[in-house]
Design a protein. Structure first.
Lengths: 406, 277
């Protein structure tokens, strides 16, 4: 096993101002600065406090159901005819995705900071559900901002959030997707900064969010590393995860960044294809810019106006990406690829039929890339893919796309 | 602090000499379209605006309330760009050398143009100051310090969350004036408790000689008059911007009514400010 803690490795970012190379930082309105600095302090203190770790570990085990298993997808492996494909099964978590890992960490911080109210933004609704869940569990009122278009295509999650007691605010500005929901959440935060904790769902936003969300999600990679060692006695040859903002991906990737033998692939949403305007591949089709508190790759026009992305998957429908991914692209450690709507849909069907697992449309993008990668690899090689969410929420949307009436 | 004097410094000196507060008027560049936007600039300057804060349209104006969000959207829908915003300032300067222009907006369009290019053009166009909502003092190297080197004031926002510990950081590289945001919140929504605002300015005035302008939630001449009693400048934005959608024609063009109402409100605000002290 290679040394994962070597000095000057790839796991040491961000710097004290929240930068990974030129990416990240704290680009926010002055009203929020004292809060963001206080959050950073609170997080530092919590990290140094064994009780915080203990409480989070306890919740992870008994509330979320961690560790999530690592599962050899035998029939898919056979179908692809190449490398062994393992799924890291974060779709089995309580609430149905990896988002709960981060929300539990943040709600514990919110309690420590004396917050009286929780806000969150959501795209697919997975983060919204996770935020509403922890708010219910810890007895705090919760408001979730969600694009009007996403509310339409993620109805089951909207109802779940309401059942959990959250207030859902439909955001009609812009295209009514995740970017616009985040703008509205920021507006709420500025207006209610005194008593409100903003649980950001992805590894983006102003420092310390990208670092904090990554740390809370790194449990995925830490577990996967130990589990694959146990199953196979060695590290995997490749990791694959889908990327919208990139929280599930950074969670899987981060513990492996200094393991040079492990190839790492992040799969962006190719929408209707990168040769069209309708995709969400910020790294492949965007340029560095500043939005939502951080500098990162963004889909934007020549005037620096942010473009609306498109993806079949609401959870990947975001024109930016977490800053650490931007940096990992620039230093060349992670290879960022993409999968189109149609490829993701095919992978969704394939996984359901061959493994009896209905994946969310988000990790279906990751599987679409695994379908290309696995056949090019030898049969004794290993791929670990993050199956970061289950597809129950997508059943209605997929039925509509496939022309079925439910 | 800066070692140069700008049109902003001169304007605040002039207002001080006249024993009154300055009227800062906000409108968005390119709202409702380029040609009308130029006329609007000239109209409010002629009607008595001491300083004009000129919004640079952005797709994601996260600090703005609905009124100014829509102004950004109207401007972008009429194909306004940062380059055109600078061109509007250039054209305004051909007819008005007196009223300082402060560009107000978000960092990304500037970053995309390139900070060096932007500052060179802004200076040449006759821009006097910048308010960039998403560049806190922690990011001064990005644009604030280069702006000062180019003789352009960088105006910082102080807010109700700016406590004694944070204030020196906020003041450090601020010049021209300090913009006190009267509420925790977004533009054009809640009207502040003016007594609370007056009290909040006491420690800030003790910490700086810079003029202090107060904005967010100031809508009427009556409210402007209250602020003008204790602040060096009063910022009015949403109330002016609101006139545009309610008076444009079906083709999105300004009408006589647009200019009449803008003149009327600006004149009334100015009168109230003059009579306040």
């Amino acid at each position: 096993m290679s040394d994962s803690n070597k000095p000057n490795g790839l796991r040491e970012g961000p710097d004290e101002n929240g930068f990974f190379g030129i990416f990240g930082g704290r680009f926010v309105a002055e009203t929020l600065m004292p809060n963001i600095l206080a959050l950073e302090e609170a997080y530092k203190t919590a990290k140094a406090d064994p009780d915080f770790d203990k409480e989070l570990a306890h919740l992870a085990k008994y509330y979320t159901g961690r560790p999530s298993p690592i599962y050899l997808a035998e029939r898919l492996t056979e179908h692809f005819g190449g490398a062994k494909v393992y799924f890291k099964r974060d779709e089995l978590n309580h609430t149905g995705s990896h988002k709960i890992n981060n929300c539990l960490g943040q709600i514990l911080l919110a309690k420590r900071m004396g917050a009286k109210r929780i806000i969150a933004e959501t795209g697919a609704g997975q983060h919204g559900v996770a935020a509403a869940t922890v708010a219910a569990r810890f007895g705090l009122p919760c408001t979730v901002y969600m694009g009007a278009k996403d509310i339409e295509r993620q109805k089951p999650n909207v109802f779940r959030m309401r059942l959990l007691g959250a207030k859902i605010v439909a955001v009609t500005q812009g295209a009514g997707t995740l970017k616009d929901a985040m703008n509205e959440a920021l507006r709420d935060w500025v207006a209610n900064v005194e008593d409100t904790f903003y649980i950001i769902g992805t590894a983006a936003g102003p420092h310390p969010y990208p670092m904090m969300v990554r740390d809370f999600q790194s449990i995925i990679g830490i577990e996967a590393k130990a589990q694959i060692q146990e199953e196979e006695g060695r590290l995997p040859d490749a990791l694959v995860a889908c990327i919208g903002g990139g929280s599930n991906a950074i969670g899987l990737f981060h513990p492996f960044l200094d393991d040079e033998t492990v190839k790492i692939y992040g799969v962006e949403a190719g929408g209707k294809g990168l040769d069209t305007d309708e995709h969400c591949a910020s790294l492949a089709g965007g340029e560095p810019g500043v939005l939502h508190g951080n500098r990162t790759y963004l889909l934007q026009d020549d005037d620096g106006q942010i473009l609306e992305g498109h993806s079949i998957s609401a959870g990947l429908d975001y024109p930016g990406i977490g800053p650490e991914h931007s940096w990992l692209k620039e230093v060349g450690r992670v290879e960022y690829v993409n999968a189109t709507d149609n490829e993701a849909l095919e992978a969704f069907k394939l996984c359901t039929r061959l493994e009896g697992i209905i994946p969310a449309l988000e990790p279906s993008h990751a599987l679409a890339y695994v379908a290309k990668l696995a056949p090019t690899m030898a049969k004794d090689q290993i791929i670990v893919m993050n199956l970061c969410g289950r597809g129950d929420k997508d059943v209605f949307a997929v039925a509509e796309i496939l022309g079925h009436e439910i | 602090m800066t070692n140069f004097t700008t049109r902003l410094d001169a304007k605040f000196e002039q207002c001080k000499a006249e024993g009154r507060s300055a009227l800062n008027c906000f409108v968005a560049a390119g709202d409702p379209n380029y040609d009308d936007s130029l006329k609007i600039l000239i109209t409010i300057a002629d009607a008595g605006a001491d300083i004009i804060e000129f919004g640079m349209p952005f797709s994601d104006p996260a600090a703005e309330g609905p009124t100014i969000q829509l102004a950004h959207q109207r401007a972008l829908a009429s194909n306004q760009t940062l380059a055109k915003t600078l061109q509007l300032v250039r054209e305004f300067r051909k007819v008005n050398q007196d009223v300082p222009i402060v560009l107000m907006g978000y960092y990304n369009p500037i970053y995309k143009m390139g900070c060096g290019d932007f500052l060179a053009q802004a200076r040449e166009a006759g821009v006097d100051g910048l308010i960039i909502v998403d560049l806190p003092p922690e990011a001064d190297d990005e644009l604030c310090l280069p702006a000062i080197e180019n003789g352009i004031n960088f105006i910082r926002l102080a807010t109700p969350t700016t406590d004694a510990k944070r204030l020196p950081k906020v003041l450090q590289n601020t010049s021209g004036f300090l913009y006190y945001v009267s509420i925790n919140g977004i533009t054009g929504t809640v009207t502040p408790d003016f007594l609370v605002v007056e009290k909040a300015l006491i420690p800030i005035k003790a910490a700086t000689d810079l003029p202090i302008a107060v904005g967010f939630g100031v809508k009427t001449p009556e409210q402007a008059a209250i602020i003008a009693k204790f602040a060096d400048g009063v910022v009015v934005g949403s109330a002016l911007v609101n006139i545009i959608p309610s008076t444009i024609d079906e083709n999105g063009k300004a009408t006589d009514e647009t200019f009449e109402q803008l003149t009327k409100l600006t004149t009334a605000l100015k009168q109230a400010i003059i009579e306040a002290r």
